[in-house]
Design a protein around this ligand. Sequence first.
Ligand code: GDP
Length: 478
Amino acid sequence: AGAFSHSTEKSNEKLLGGLLTSGFDEAACASRYQSFLYRKISAYKPSPYLVSRLRNYEDLHKRCGPATQAYKSALEKIHSGHKLGSMDCKYVVWISYSGLGNRMLALASTFLYTLLTNRVLLVDRGNDMEDLFCEPFPEKSWLLPTNFPLIDQFNSFDQKSPHCYGSMLKNNVVDTSTESVPSYLYLHLVHDYGDHDKLFFCDDDQSLLAKVPWLIVKTDNYFVPSIFLIPSFEEELSKLFPEKGTVFHHLGRYLFHPTNHVWGLITRYYKTYLSKADESLGLQIRVFDTRPGPLKHVMDQILACTLNQKLLPEVDMQDSFVMPIENPKLKAVLVTSLNSGYSENLRNMYWEYPAMTGEVVGVYQPSHEEYQQSEKQMHNRRAWAEMYLLSLTDGLVTSSWSTFGYVAQGLGGLKPWILVKPENDTTPDPPCRPAMSMEPCFHAPPFYDCKTKRGIDTGALVPHVRHCEDMSWGLKVV
Ligand code: GDP
């Protein structure tokens, strides 16, 4: 019995507490069933209800996904404009848009919406989705077939497109009285969206959208917090996520499995630099400044934060000789940054001076790309590997406003210390603040009360949706 329970325990760990389903080809995507070897067991368990909804979703995806009869007949109706039979499958098509961190947050939000509305998610492959991520659903692909009729219009879809829901509302061409709904609608949820687009977050609009077979979404935001404010989704959300601040943690771990090439980058780096450490710290340095770094006030901020919070040991600048300890504790610091200067300074500091604690500190930075080049393949493979590596550390310091850091903290189940965004080239005081939850921040939420049709502070409506630590107008689930 002991051996049996041991092996079921192992298999439960391997499947991340039931989040993942068994039966995928292991070699085709090694990361899926190996991630548990690199991560600590999450302190947050997926609810049994979430697990059962994911299994139901997988069945739905099998039935409605690409190359099924249901998909073919739904596709035929896209131009004919005929209303679908109620038994047919409905879809959400996610358009690949923006930087990698943004895309992952946008896709996780879109998947949650897909689950809540009993639809099927299809993913536009963009330049590199296929190169970066394994298939998350069994048997049928999540990738939108390349012959999808509207695919050539994805780039040009914007607020003014004739099929844009917001623009249709604005021009009064949505007929809510009849049963004739359009076969597809484009939902513009990009950060520059307007008041009409934002009505997406209202219940009345949701009941209309529910009838539309194809919803095509473009967004660069983590819009989950505002989904929590839609009354008709409230009950389901509290069943799915009894621990509220775990949405991206679970959905991210469910959806995002690095492809074998990226998994190679992650595991080789981990084994070479991180696995032997007694303790590890991730430092994500994202400086939204056009000047080449390193910037002095940012370096000072990094030191002030990590030393004040005792995330890293102080060094003895007196240079007094201390007898080296036989087997000192090894602390590994993983730095990710477009610039190499910050980690070089830190590395030199711990080489030139001894740590007061007697520890030795290794500072490692996988890449320094100098500037953002989201279009190049190898660039995004590295970026994905680095987000993942950050998520494997024991503690995390992130930069304000960066979705790159949000992905790492969410996947890792880590509440980071957030470096306060510097103003006027000065080191902020305090230099960093603790995060309330590991959830990402929604940078462009609506401030509208659907009932009274007036402006409202959406960060003050319920205790579990608040303004973000790093962006005062943003919203996050806590
Ligand atoms: P955000 O701009 O910080 O919110 O993050 P995004 O991931 O959306 O966009 C930034 C892009 O810049 C990433 O996709 C990467 O391509 C690149 N980038 C930013 N910081 C780093 C870094 O520390 N390492 C690497 N390799 N790339 C980075």
